[in-house]
Ligand binder design. Structure first.
Ligand SMILES: [Cu+2]
Length: 290
């Protein structure tokens, strides 16, 4: 309650348009930037990841996860699109960007961010706390220290769209953890599946016509709510799957063109300097002794 009131005050203070509400992550507590826009991820991926945050300012936010502890996900905002499927993933990058890899620690197929909804939406308010909470255990292979978690969500009834909110997390060791080297844990972390991506410019689109996404690679920790069809064959169009993430597609079109132009200029300049050096060398070696 305290958090939602503070948020609401912040939103009004920032003159955020809150009439058209989707949903926000309310726990864990997201970066303040995540409340600036509650719309979906841009269709061209231009605000991927984390709604285009570049600062990732952790000041004043304390989400502390001990390994092996139970944590929960909860969202707010009435535009719940009949629930859907969510994932919780983590990156080790302090300032995630397009190249960052998001490793899944928990997947919820169907009934997320709200379970057993009889209407498509849960009212109109963008700040109403949704009644469903989603417990999950922090895997014992998440590296200790600051990490960033993401909540990603595909609605059951909507246009093809994806939501993503990010939160700073401080991971601590669990009590009486077996003595496993951190390098072994890190290997496990990197073996976890990448988050499922669609509707963010990666060439994969979800259908959202009453179907809930069944993740191709949900990881070891999965909650399944069979309240909507989880039909893998009729849930996506385009090219989808673990290899189709923006991080693996590298540079976006505009960046690629810029990069190629820079490389071309560097080549020309390099060749020119090379010529100069050869000429200078020649003129020096041809100089006759006085
Ligand atoms: Cu929507």
């Amino acid at each position: 309650m305290a958090i939602s009131m503070r948020l609401l005050a912040a939103m009004i203070g920032l003159k955020i348009p809150i009439a058209h509400g989707h949903t926000f992550m309310q726990n864990p507590v997201p970066f303040p930037s995540q409340y600036l826009d509650n719309g979906p991820v841009a269709k061209d991926g231009s605000n991927w990841p984390c709604s285009g945050d570049t600062e990732y300012d952790r000041a004043g936010i304390a989400n502390v996860w001990k390994r092996g502890s139970q944590q929960y996900l909860q969202a707010m905002g009435g535009a719940t699109h009949g629930g859907g499927s969510c994932q919780i993933s983590i990156t080790l990058d302090p300032k995630p960007n397009r190249q960052s890899q998001w490793r899944v620690i928990h997947s919820i197929e169907g009934g997320c961010p709200i379970r057993n909804l009889t209407e498509v939406n849960y009212g109109e308010s963008p700040t109403v706390l949704l009644p469903s909470i989603y417990n999950f255990t922090v895997p014992n292979w998440v590296p200790i220290g600051p990490v960033i978690m993401a909540w990603t969500w595909y609605g059951r009834w909507s246009v093809p769209e994806m939501f993503m909110n990010c939160a700073p997390i401080m991971v601590l060791g669990g009590p009486q953890e077996p003595d496993v080297p951190e390098s072994v844990r890190l290997e496990k972390f990197h073996a976890a599946p990448l988050v499922f991506e669609a509707n963010n410019g990666n060439g994969c689109w979800t259908m959202n016509q009453g179907n809930c996404v069944k993740f191709p690679n949900p990881g070891n920790s999965v909650e399944v709510n069979e309240e909507c069809p989880l039909d893998e064959l009729h849930q996506v169009t385009g090219t989808c799957g673990p290899e189709h993430v923006l991080a693996k597609q590298g540079w976006s079109g505009v960046h690629l063109m810029l990069y190629q132009a820079m490389a071309a200029i560097a080549l020309v300049v390099g060749a020119y300097l090379g010529c100069l050096r050869v000429q200078r060398h020649r003129s020096l070696s041809h100089r006759s002794p006085a």
